[in-house]
Design a protein around this ligand. Structure first.
Ligand code: GLP
Length: 254
């Protein structure tokens, strides 16, 4: 795992978007896994600023969606992905996929979503944030490491954390559809971004804690190509900060 600790949101914007654009330009990235939440926003802004036609032809798969919110609801992940990803990156909406959280048959929707990812050739790079509970996607603590796209129940903590996007906590759905941890692990590359002290403990557990479903983010330790990009605050509970900085400053040029 590569841990990159940067000084500001501006540095994160530049580093993460250049990382992705470099992959797009070499043709190594044509299917992008996208995440909602505030953490990945600088990445989308950075790519928008450096947009190329190759970006516009990307296929995208969202990590998750609330159950029961109409796609027209401004906080449904359909709407968020449309605003922050499809429009900014000028993607073809037909090539941007978000699981349907309003469908009557949830299992069918989840199975179909897995099939769509397979048909697209798998996800080349998955962008991730991390929740204060250590969740990635909406895989809350004790999610199976082998899980596939399915319906999950949000923890009270996640509902409280996400209430800031709604008028009140009562409006935050209790259920979601999320790519499973097994699904996420099949992406060829993972790029997790976290900022701020509220993420420091989850980040420390994910990077330096034991591999445990109590912190789903710790599964990144098992991925052969995972990069975690942090600001100083999100990195503040890590023990090996000096080592990560040393590795980054002496990174191989080849
Ligand atoms: C949300 C999303 C996650 C996201 C996380 C953190 O609930 N489902 O994919 O990574 O919570 O969000 P934020 O970046 O806003 O802190």
């Amino acid at each position: 795992m590569q841990v990159v600790i940067l000084n500001s949101e501006e540095e994160i914007r530049a580093y993460a978007s250049e990382h992705i654009l470099a992959r797009v330009e070499t043709g190594a990235l044509s299917v992008l896994g996208v995440a909602t939440g505030s953490s990945p926003l600088p990445i989308y802004e950075g790519i928008e600023q450096r947009w190329t036609p190759a970006v516009g032809s990307l296929t995208a798969f969202a990590l998750d969606e609330y159950v029961g919110l109409q796609p027209s609801h401004p906080e449904s992940y359909h709407a968020v992905i449309d605003r922050e990803v499809t429009q900014r990156l000028k993607l073809d909406p037909k090539k941007v996929h978000v699981p349907d959280g309003t469908a009557a048959n949830v299992d069918e929707v989840c199975e179909h979503y897995e099939d769509l990812i397979k048909e697209a050739g798998g996800i080349d790079l998955q962008i991730l944030g991390i929740g204060a509970t250590g969740h990635i996607g909406f895989n809350e603590p004790t999610s199976s490491f082998a899980s596939r796209t399915r319906i999950k129940t949000l923890t009270p903590q996640t509902r409280r954390d996400n209430a800031r996007f709604f008028n009140s906590i009562e409006e935050v759905p209790r259920h979601c559809l999320t790519q499973g941890l097994g699904t996420i692990m099949e992406a060829r590359e993972l790029l997790l971004v976290a900022m701020g002290t509220t993420k420091a403990e989850a980040v420390a557990q994910a990077i330096e804690g034991p591999l445990t479903s109590m912190c789903p983010g710790s599964l990144l330790q098992m991925h052969p190509r995972a990069t975690v990009i942090l600001d100083r605050q999100a990195a503040s509970h890590l023990k090996l900060v000096d080592y990560y900085n040393y590795v980054f400053n002496n990174r191989p040029t080849k």
